[in-house]
Design a protein around this ligand. Sequence first.
Ligand code: PMP
Length: 418
Amino acid sequence: MASLSPLLKQATPVIVERGEGVYLYDEDGRRFLDFTAGIGVTSTGHCHPRVVAAAQEQIGKLIHGQYTTVMHRPLLTLAERLGEVLPEPLDSVFFSNSGSEAVEAALRLARHATGRPNVVVFHGSFHGRTIGAASMTTSGTKFRAGFSPIMGGVAISPFPTAHRYGWDEATATEFALRELDYVLATVTAPAETAAFVIEPVLGEGGYVPANPAFMAGLRERADKHGILLVVDEVQTGWGRTGRFWGHEHFGVTPDVLVTAKGLASGFPLSAIAASSDLMAKAWPGSQGGTYGGNVVACAAALATLDVIADEKLVDNARDVGATLEAGLNKVAADTPAISDVRGLGLMLGNEFRTADGEPDAATAARAQQEAASRGLLLLTCGPFGNVVRMIPPLVVTEQQVDDALEIWSGVVADVAGS
Ligand code: PMP
């Protein structure tokens, strides 16, 4: 008999058996409001009937059709239909299985296309756990310490984090852009830099949105120096932020877009998108893997696109997200331990600090555990683990948000009340 590796640290004792919409049910039939959505994956809710039907129909016809040998229709149709949601001129897509793989694909494409070695990432970034992606991840030492040598060619520049210093957004942005110029001039060299890789909202890094001035500054420098702007929308895509893509909030268009999570409602599927011209600079065989673009996952992704459109889930994320944010702000106003509530749409974080202003991961973890015991599942994040985040499925209703807020205010009063 084997046991589960201690590498896996489970935040709650819940053993889940089934899911329906915004709810998960454990083995004893206990119901939980799931404000984690499997880390921002099940945007259409757990087991949406249309996703289930599409996957079931596909699984009876073909489970695996390897795209380097035989193409399958769901992948072709999905590629076409992604054109409905991708920004121009990103008209070419390539599929893999996970966010990390897609990040690696974007990195390889950027190096191929530019012939340059270096990339700049931003403090608080999370791009995955494969060695390349982990080398670009700066939201915690646990993601990169201890397995050196990590990949070279990565420089880190500040992300505008006004909340950290009590700055206004303009000051934080000016600082971040000046530091970026410094990094380019002294570390990576503009002519040797392949890409800026950025999340529109830092995810694992603590739910910190970028802003239009910062993103415009990146776009400007990218254009000036022939550097590619790679936007990692693994967590921010598919309506999560109240726009289909997170970068839409900031008025810039990426050169390469990376997506996964919400794409297939829980089936492992990820993609990169770029212009055909850019994609053509790499060569067949340089990208891909045995399972990339799995046919059942593609069928589920097609149903996911339909559900998002028909049920207006992007608008729901914006509107119900505004209710959730207002409710969280109300709780925070009565709770000195919550120093900040921030995010976009249904991607919201509550930052916990001690009376001395230090990151308070212990209280965040207690809040998470206490919420779970009261039927509300939450996640923590942030470089210091002191942010409790809320990312429910995008089908969440105003009523379910009210229910969650009621639990949350009780939890906060008990674990962090003054
Ligand atoms: N990029 C971002 C922005 C993410 O949030 C994540 C996962 N949390 C990843 C990449 C890695 O995705 P995966 O875990 O599917 O490899």
